[in-house]
Design a protein around this ligand. Structure first.
Ligand SMILES: NC(=O)c1ccc[n+]([C@@H]2O[C@H](COP(=O)([O-])OP(=O)(O)OC[C@H]3O[C@@H](n4cnc5c(N)ncnc54)[C@H](OP(=O)(O)O)[C@@H]3O)[C@@H](O)[C@H]2O)c1
Length: 242
């Protein structure tokens, strides 16, 4: 992927996640200047910073912190080619047991923060042509998921947000898509029972779950100038049976 992203400035939230850290590494190798946010995983953040990425500690549930971050970010760069909303949280419970706080925490980080950050960083995206916004979603956005209605609702909201922004900014050559990376082993899924992982394997035509590294490579391709045609879509990096 050496020559895929020369000169591109990219910001990804949740750079310390399984998918995010694979993306940061690949995007650096592909020639991009990479900025990322993280929340608590200081050691993973330091590894990525040592590779040449620029990291920012940021709690995406804190809207004043988002505002401070965007001001700092805008003092560092006047242009942004690619913005990837990847950080996410899950707090699972069936709706009878789902507290208002858990609803708000998940919707704040997963949906309201991408709204706030996109709005603040649009002036930088206007300066690149094409520029791109990706919202990392899940198959839960389309099909729902048992015991995670807050997570599913946040991801469905992102799909609708992506489609709407694609309409609003297509003429300005901003391409906006949502990407489902598929079921992957990560912090978010590590505590799931073995039968849930098995169910995901069984529902895949390839008989395996997603590899975050390969999903990150797909995102590198989408971020590159080899892709200038697709906007307003929900793209699936998985092979689920219909
Ligand atoms: N894993 C899957 O099977 C799967 C399937 C479909 C879609 N996805 C989506 O793919 C994306 C990446 O998932 P993943 O499984 O790779 O994630 P992950 O490893 O669980 O990491 C979650 C990321 O979100 C960050 N984060 C958590 N709370 C935050 C907060 N309050 N403020 C700012 N950042 C916060 C974490 O930062 P720290 O680590 O620094 O605390 C971390 O970078 C997510 O959007 C997820 O919904 C995942």
């Amino acid at each position: 992927m050496e020559h895929f992203l020369p000169g591109k400035k990219i910001l990804i939230t949740g750079g310390t996640s399984a998918l995010g850290s694979a993306f940061v590494r690949k995007a650096l190798e592909a020639g991009a200047t990479v900025f990322f946010t993280y929340f608590k995983n200081e050691s993973r953040a330091q590894e990525l910073i040592a590779l040449g990425a620029r990291g920012f500690q940021l709690d995406l549930s804190d809207f004043e912190a988002i505002d401070r971050f965007q001001k700092e970010f805008r003092s560092l760069t006047k242009v942004l080619h690619v913005l990837i909303h990847n950080a996410a949280v899950a707090e699972d419970a069936t709706i009878q047991n789902l507290t208002e706080e858990a609803w708000d925490r998940v919707l704040d980080v997963n949906l309201k923060a991408p709204y706030a950050l996109t709005k603040k960083l649009l002036p930088l995206l206007f300066k690149a042509s094409p520029s791109k916004i990706f919202f990392i979603v899940s198959q839960a956005a389309q099909h729902g998921i048992f015991g995670a209605s807050n997570y599913a609702a946040s991801k469905a909201g992102l799909v609708a947000l992506a489609q709407s922004l694609a309409h609003e900014y297509g003429r300005k050559n901003i391409l906006v898509n949502s990407v489902n990376p598929g079921f992957m082993k990560s912090k978010m899924t590590e505590s799931l029972p073995a039968e849930v992982i098995e169910k995901n394997v069984r529902s895949s035509v390839l008989g395996r779950i997603s590899d975050p590294d390969e999903a990150a490579g797909f995102l590198v391709y989408l971020s590159s100038d080899r892709m200038t045609q697709v906007s307003g879509q929900l793209l699936h990096f998985e092979s689920r049976k219909l």
